[in-house]
Design a protein around this ligand. Structure first.
Ligand code: ARG
Length: 456
């Protein structure tokens, strides 16, 4: 028979029970559920709704359940409908009638919203610290490779020379924004719904602010119907994770390309690659591919919840029990991806010779030749035209700008002198890009310092 037997006899079919039960997945919120209940009992005692002695008994009883679950002495009874029912039932078994008083002035509707907010607050902090760990490895790599030259691409065509440190720091900037988004999202997670009760508040003289303070919330939900039916905080959290995964996925895609024979820009450690069961020569970047693949799952978790919520009338509807599995899946997926990606990156080594070799092909210093002519007094558009003609001539003669003879240069423009070779030297091209946020070594160092200052 169910705890809620009353209007009905509380006898349900096994099939309905299995369909209805959320314990298989909401049991992971047991710490939050119990901590929340302890704060609730404390509030009930302090407001005189229960005697202080009753409140203390409940708090202690709950503590016992928490410890027994932690140690494995107590197992979840899967006949219970959800984590809230399980804890209350266990408490009543242990304490007798006083256990039945815990659920005064609350409902599972505000309780589940509370548990989920506490859980996601914690997850936000965990994910934040994993992103910070990734940023540490990333800035270290950028420092190591701040002078390594490779082609920068637009349209997947070699465009201009950049440093590998600069390229890596682009991802650091994305991750900084991810941190910012999560910390902003945390503000809206950290609002207490408890005391909204079923939907309309309560006739008891409760102290919602006290209960919220005990649990470390910044504020309380100001409308009880919103308090029990709001899942914006889950959706926002999932969208932060979706954007984060999009970043990891783009990074993964580049790592995968860089590992190919076509590029050979990096080598991953053996520990974070796999072989093929048939092709003995293979060293596959599976970790990066899986991170890219799992991005789809996290997007799915976000789309799933948005879709679940879109037609729901106020206030609580059982549909909302569907919030948890997607959110938990996203939490687990993102944490795992961040851990693996960080370690994969730590072991990644750049093949600087190959990068430089690639940079020497594709005329990625053509813009610098045009800029050279501008410095000699030509308007940029005319300089651009002359550089383009020189590139075409180089291609016809199988030369590069670095080996194009001075007479040929001067045949295109008498402004060109022997210092042109200095101007088209890849090292110069990179070092000259001193604009704020540019690819020059000093700029990369500034970027690293900027990220580090944000992390402190
Ligand atoms: N297991 C439920 C959920 O996850 C808890 C809230 C149930 N409330 C209710 N009135 N049935 O959403």
């Amino acid at each position: 028979m169910k705890l809620w037997a009353g209007r009905t006899d509380g006898v349900t079919s096994r099939l309905a029970d299995d369909f209805n039960s959320s314990l298989p997945f909401d049991s992971r919120m047991y710490v939050q559920d119990i901590t929340g209940s302890q704060a609730h009992a404390a509030m009930l005692g302090s407001c005189g709704i229960l005697t202080q002695e009753e409140a203390d008994t409940l708090i202690e009883g709950l503590q016992g359940i928490l410890e027994d679950l932690n140690s494995g002495k107590l197992a979840f009874n899967m006949d219970c409908e959800d984590i809230h029912m399980f804890v209350e039932q266990e408490l009543t078994q242990r304490l007798g009638d006083v256990g039945k008083k815990l659920h005064t002035a609350r409902s599972r509707n505000d309780q589940v919203a509370l548990d989920l907010r506490l859980y996601l607050r914690n997850q936000t902090d965990e994910i934040t610290s994993l992103i910070r760990g990734l940023l540490e490895v990333l800035t270290e790599k950028a420092q190591t490779y701040k002078a390594a030259i490779l082609p920068g691409y637009t349209h997947m065509q070699r465009a201009q020379p950049v440093t590998f440190g600069h390229h890596l720091m682009a991802y650091a900037m994305m991750l900084l924004r991810d941190l910012d988004r999560l910390s902003d999202c945390r503000k809206r997670i950290n609002i207490s719904p408890i005391g909204s009760c079923a939907l309309a508040g309560t006739t008891y003289h409760t102290d919602r602010v006290m209960e919220a303070n005990l649990l470390g919330f910044d504020d309380v939900c100001r409308n009880s119907m919103d308090g029990v039916s709001d899942r914006d905080f889950c959706i926002e959290f999932l969208s932060c994770l979706a954007v984060l995964m999009m970043h990891l996925s783009r990074f993964s895609e580049e790592v995968i390309l860089w590992c190919s024979w076509e590029f050979r820009f990096v080598e991953l450690s053996d520990a974070y690659t796999t072989g093929s069961s048939i092709m003995p020569q293979k060293k596959n970047p599976d970790m990066a591919e899986l991170v890219r693949g799992k991005t789809g799952r996290v997007y799915g978790d976000l789309m799933g919840l948005l879709t679940t919520m879109k037609g729901l009338p106020l206030a609580y509807n059982k549909d909302m029990q569907e919030d948890k599995e997607g959110v938990f899946d996203a939490c687990d997926t993102v944490q795992m991806c961040l851990k693996v990606f960080t370690e994969m990156l730590r072991g990644m080594q750049a093949k600087e010779e190959n990068m430089l070799l690639a940079a020497q092909k594709g005329f990625i210093n053509a813009t610098d030749l045009a800029d050279y002519l501008v410095r000699k007094g030509l308007p940029f558009r005319s300089a651009y035209k002359i550089s383009g003609a020189i590139v075409a001539d180089c291609m016809a003669k199988d030369l590069v700008l670095e080996t194009y003879p001075l007479e040929d240069y001067r045949a295109r423009s008498t402004l060109i002198e022997s210092d042109v070779y200095q101007a088209v030297d890849l090292k110069t091209c990179v070092e000259k890009r001193i604009s704020l946020g540019g690819t020059g070594i000093a700029s990369v160092e500034n970027q690293i310092a900027f990220v580090k200052s944000k992390l402190n």
